[in-house]
Write a protein that binds this ligand. Sequence first.
Ligand code: NAD
Length: 291
Amino acid sequence: MAERITGHTELIGLMAYPIRHSSSPAMHNEAFANLGLDYAYIAFEVDNDSLEDAVKGLRALKMRGSNVSMPNKTVVHKYLDKLSPAAEMCKAVNTIVNDNGVLTGHITDGIGYMAALKDNHIDVIGKKMTIVGAGGAATAIQVQAALDGVKEISIFNARDKFWDNAVETVKKINENTECKAALYDLADLDKLKEEMEDSYLFTNATGVGMKPLEGQTYIPDKSFFRPDLIVIDIVYFPRETALLKMAKEAGCKTMNGLGMMLFQGSAAFELWTGQPMPIEYMKEILDIKYE
Ligand code: NAD
């Protein structure tokens, strides 16, 4: 008889819509199997309309927790009991942990980004970074970087619907952490170049570079890079975006978003199970290699 799922198996969910394309179920179930942990991770199609009922279901079924992705990340906090400091600052949650009926919301995207840097021997603590983006992932990265001790963050974004969010993020970082944050319009490319010039690392945290914007970058030419600038793109499909290709040609150390994806998953995994994912094994499975 099959023994993988038993009467004791604990359930962890993923609530998002659309979600059938996600690689998270394969990643978490592979890690549970590798460590012999009695959990199962299943994706559920949940949108904003069904979210409240889904969270009630999580409580009623005594599930151990859930991941939460779009469009629920910025809404689900309303139905939870507590938030981690980073989730509170981002007003976004990607991980729910159920401790005997008390639901806590965490955001692990920023933790994953910082852990991927560390794993690749990139130490931005006490230094300056420039980052483009003001959406969910960018906000989580900016808040976590500030909480972890990055000295200065220059944020650029287009003046689109995400701009006001960036204004809020800068305010929260400056009020609640030792980090100095500032916001600039991405249309001001002279300013972008100036801020990149004295930064230790540069990060793209927008969807520019992946479909439908694959092959594109807002960086006009290689003069924006110098060989000792580290360039990160949190996009991981394609693995090498136009930004990373240009940065590599200019002699920069580069990294794509696969490491962040793995470590945000590992941080959630650890919150549920008390142990980290088998990182080296998962890196092999996901074919993650640093340059
Ligand atoms: P979002 O929709 O919340 O934010 C979108 C961001 O892209 C905003 O800053 C917006 O201003 C910017 N943008 C969109 N079109 C643009 C354009 N034409 N020019 C300039 N800026 C533009 O999305 P998100 O959830 O923050 O995700 C952003 C990217 O990060 C996506 O590509 C996503 O796949 C990736 N991501 C990676 C990880 C990871 O673990 N590596 C995790 C989350 C998101």
